[in-house]
Structure formats: structure tokens, C-alpha cells
Design a protein around this ligand. Structure first.
Ligand code: P53
Length: 477
């Protein structure tokens, strides 16, 4: 029964987390503050706090979800063992920038921080798990915001490259797959997460965001160059918060609007993958009174150092209309989207659209013709622990099964796909809400929104399901 599988033999099955949402140990071994470390949860004003981070710095909250988080910093061995039991081929995490450079602009890296990631990657290697590393996942040091207003300041390029130089050299031979910035388009929506920026007092916030984006795009290209020089084996990718925006109706006005919305995200990948500012950006900048400051050599660096692959997160499609009357924005989503009457939504209002994944993959692949990597996908849901300790998360299995099904369809459509790492393979703190209750994991963590619980780990029903998906290379879903 040597049935040929749809997915390639070397397909990278795994799971994804980010340092700032799972490690905890927020001041241990010389670490500086990450953006999440100054934020409360949604019930205590997280959104307001995200919008005015400088003011947030002066506010004392009773509880900070990230400070202990799921304590991955001390429990990673146990967790990686569980990932290995599921058969993970790869594991996506990020390197916490302020663990390595507590102030961001330090000259000398923090050895203790570097040691932690040495141990972490060695532990992965023990089980043949390939690390997949996000260099900056919402983790621009808070000190850089205080001193420079984050990525608004061009000097962040140098600080970031110093960080890249240290980690590329240190983990050479241990890490091969890198992503320069998590959800690089997030800088437009949550500039504090995306770039350590407070836009409260900015005259033209859009100008500030795009100037910061330019700095990140140049930094990303320079990091790609550096990474290839240090180890030609390195594969360096970009990362987009994806999800196709559909037009509400066949009214050409709606179609045009959806094109504009999709370009908001493509803008970044057009530069990172094609190597130059897209033609449509000129008019957009003019109409929004944005004047970018480019340095000599920027355009050359962008053109000569495009990414090796394109990774992205996909949770949902989006929907837009030209008529503002129709734009009944759904709750709980950073991307403004209308309610799609054909789709169900999660408890947090995220609309569930498996076919949208196939659509999104086909669109991205047609545009860039480079290998894709799905590095986030999943369902945030409330789980119930039964008296016997079991957790029957059939809703999560259902969500993932339908998405894996459509992912395979996209591969049959001709899309080149490197791997699949569902988000929050172990329960962790939600980026958007700071909650524990919004769970994504195959592995349950005993901890609630207020930080109560033993932090003990247990296998959910989806754990066994995912294990057989991997074992069959995606054939038994
Ligand atoms: P949560 C929304 C808000 C913040 C970050 O989100 C987001 C999104 C969704 O696009 O992006 C990613 O935790 C991000 C992860 C995050 C995940 O979505 O709000 O890369 O850090 O946890 C899920 O449910």
C-alpha cells in the first residue's frame, strides 16, 4: 500500500509559537522589555494600551499576562518532547530581541540570552526537528521606542543588523530557515507590535508607518544579504499576514476596492520578493501625502536581495465594499472586514474560510512564483477539561482538517509549498487579547486569564489527530 501522497516527502510539518507569547521569564538572565511586557489583557484595556504605548509605560496594571506566560523558558524540554511525539519535522519560534540586546542599541550581546537559544535549538536537533526562526516577532525592544520611537528612526536598521549578525553566526549550522519580520504588514495596523512605534503625536501617522516600513524593508533585504554571506545554506523568507479580501458584490466599485485592500498587504511582499516598489505605490503615496526618505543605495539593496520563499499566516479571508454604509466591521479583528454571509465565525469573530486558504495560496503563488510556507493557521477557541482530564476539541480538528484539505488542493493546483506550522501548537498568550482562554494548541496548558493554574501540560484530542496526519504525510485527515 505504497500510496503516493499529495505532499512531497520532505514536507515540513510542525507547529508555531513566538518568544514573546510563550517564554515568560520576562526579566530573567538580563532580558530587556518586549512590547507585550507592558500590556494588560483585553478586559483591562489592551487595545487602548496598544494605541498609546508611551502612556502605557507610565500605567501600572495589576497583571501582565506575558511576564510568566506558559513559562516555556524553563519548560521547553518537556514541550519539545511532546512536539517530537506528534512527529514534528520543524518548529517555528522567534528569538526575543531584547533577550539578546536588552536596550536594542547595546554594542555587546547578552551571553545568557544566546545560551538559551543554543540549548533550545540543540533540544530540537535531538529529535530531528528543524528550527524555523522568526528574527523579529512583535519584539522590537521597548527601550528603542523610548529613545528612537522605534522603526521610525533609520538607526534601527543598524541595531537590527547587529542582532542578525550575532544570531546568524552563533546559530550557523543549527538554524537554516529564517524569517526577517513577522507579519510585516502589521506595522500599518498595530505599529507598536510591528515596529515599536507610538504614533499618538505623529502629524501624519500614515507617513510615519510607511517610513518605518521602508526601514524594515531595507533591513530585511540587508539581513537577507548578510544571512546568505554567512551561510549560503540559509533560506531566508518574508512573512505576510495574509487572507484574500473579497469584493462584497460584482459591482465594479467593490471589485476595485478589493484590489486596493489586497495591495495593502502585497505592497510589502512586492518589495521583498520582486525587489522594488510596486508601480501603484507612487499614486498611493501622493494621494496620502506620504513622502518617503530613501538613502542612496536603498533601491539597489532591495533589488539585489529578494527573499528565498514566502511565508504567511492565514486565519480568515476578508470582505470589503466600496459603500461605507455596508462596512459593518466584525468585532475582534485587527483587519477591518465585513461579515461574510456565507461563513461561520469563531467565538472571537474570526470568520472561518478553508477554501479561502486555497484562494489565497493560488493568488500569492501566481504573483511571485516562489515557494510558499504556511507558518500560521488555526482556531482560537475555549477548551473544556472533562472530569477525567480529557479535552475533546473536535471543533479544532474540524477547522484544521478542512484547511489541510484545501492546502492539498492548492498543491494539486500547482502551488509549491514547503510546509505547514499551525499557530500556537501549545496553548499560549493571545497577541490580540492577552488571554489564555483563546487557545490554539494540540497541547493544553493549565493556566487561566488571571494567571492561575499549575502550568501543567496535557494532550488534547487534536494531539492524536495531528500525529496521524503527520505520520501519513497528510493523507489521513
Ligand atoms: P491572536 C491579530 C492580532 C494580532 C496578531 O492572533 C495577529 C492577528 C491575526 O492576524 O497575527 C498573528 O493571538 C500573530 C500571532 C498571533 C496570531 O496571529 O490574537 O503572528 O502572534 O498570536 C493569532 O489570537
Amino acid at each position: 500500500s505504497e500510496k503516493q501522497s499529495v505532499l512531497p516527502e520532505n514536507f515540513l510539518w510542525g507547529g508555531a509559537v513566538a518568544a514573546n507569547q510563550c517564554e515568560g521569564a520576562y526579566l530573567e538572565d538580563g532580558k530587556g522589555l518586549s512590547p507585550v511586557d507592558i500590556l494588560p489583557d483585553a478586559a483591562h484595556g489592551r487595545w487602548e494600551a496598544l494605541e498609546h504605548p508611551m502612556k502605557t509605560l507610565e500605567t501600572k496594571y495589576d497583571f501582565y499576562p506575558s511576564h510568566e506566560s506558559i513559562d516555556f523558558y524553563h519548560r521547553y524540554k518537556e514541550d519539545i518532547k511532546l512536539f517530537a511525539e506528534m512527529g514534528f519535522k520543524c518548529f517555528r519560534t522567534s528569538i526575543c530581541w531584547p533577550r539578546i540586546f536588552p536596550n536594542g542599541d547595546d554594542m555587546i550581546p547578552n551571553e545568557k540570552g544566546l545560551e538559551f537559544y543554543d540549548n533550545l535549538f540543540d533540544e530540537c536537533k535531538k529529535y530531528g526537528i528543524e528550527p524555523l526562526v522568526t528574527i523579529n516577532h512583535f519584539d522590537t525592544p521597548v527601550e528603542l521606542m523610548k529613545k528612537y520611537n522605534g522603526w521610525k528612526d533609520r538607526r534601527c536598521i543598524d541595531f537590527y543588523l547587529r542582532f542578525c549578525d550575532v544570531i546568524f553566526k552563533r546559530y550557523k549550522g543549527k538554524v537554516k530557515y529564517w524569517m526577517t519580520f513577522n507579519e510585516i504588514n502589521m506595522i500599518l495596523h498595530i505599529p507598536f507590535f510591528g515596529g515599536g512605534i507610538d504614533v499618538t503625536n505623529e502629524e501624519n501617522p500614515l507617513q510615519t508607518k510607511y517610513q518605518a516600513a521602508h526601514h524594515q524593508l531595507v533591513a530585511s533585504a540587508m539581513a537577507t544579504k548578510l544571512g546568505h554571506e554567512i551561510d549560503p545554506e540559509n533560506k531566508i523568507g518574508c512573512m505576510l499576514a495574509a487572507g484574500q479580501t473579497y469584493p462584497y458584490t460584482c459591482n465594479p466599485e467593490d471589485i476595485w476596492k478589493s484590489i486596493e485592500k489586497n495591495r495593502e498587504g502585497y505592497f510589502f511582499i512586492d518589495i521583498q520578493s520582486r525587489g522594488y516598489y510596486p508601480s501603484y505605490s507612487k499614486r498611493f503615496f501622493e494621494e496620502n501625502n506620504i513622502k518617503l526618505e530613501l538613502h542612496e543605495g536603498d533601491e539597489k539593496v532591495l533589488r539585489e536581495n529578494t527573499v528565498d520563499y514566502i511565508s504567511f499566516s492565514y486565519y480568515s479571508s476578508r470582505l470589503t465594499s466600496a459603500d461605507p454604509q455596508n462596512n459593518s466591521k466584525t468585532e475582534g479583528n485587527v483587519f477591518s472586514t465585513m461579515k461574510n454571509p456565507y461563513l461561520q465565525a469563531s467565538e472571537w469573530g474570526w470568520q472561518i474560510d478553508p477554501l479561502g486558504l486555497r484562494i489565497t495560496m493560488n493568488e500569492i503563488y501566481d504573483r511571485y512564483q516562489k515557494p510558499l510556507f504556511i507558518v500560521e493557521n488555526g482556531l482560537g477557541a475555549v477548551d473544556t477539561v472533562e472530569p477525567d482530564g480529557s479535552i475533546n476539541d473536535d471543533y479544532r480538528i474540524e477547522y484544521l482538517r478542512e484547511h489541510v484539505r484545501e492546502m492539498k488542493e492548492a498543491v494539486l493546483d500547482g502551488v509549491e509549498l514547503m510546509g505547514y506550522t499551525p499557530w500556537g501548537c501549545i496553548d499560549l498568550i493571545s497577541a490580540g487579547t492577552g488571554e489564555m482562554k483563546k487557545r490554539y494548541g494540540f497541547i493544553y496548558v493549565d493556566r487561566d486569564n488571571d494567571g492561575n493554574g499549575t502550568l501543567e501540560r496535557s494532550r488534547k484530542k487534536s494531539f492524536e489527530w495531528y500525529k496521524q496526519v503527520i505520520a501519513s504525510n497528510g493523507e489521513n485527515i
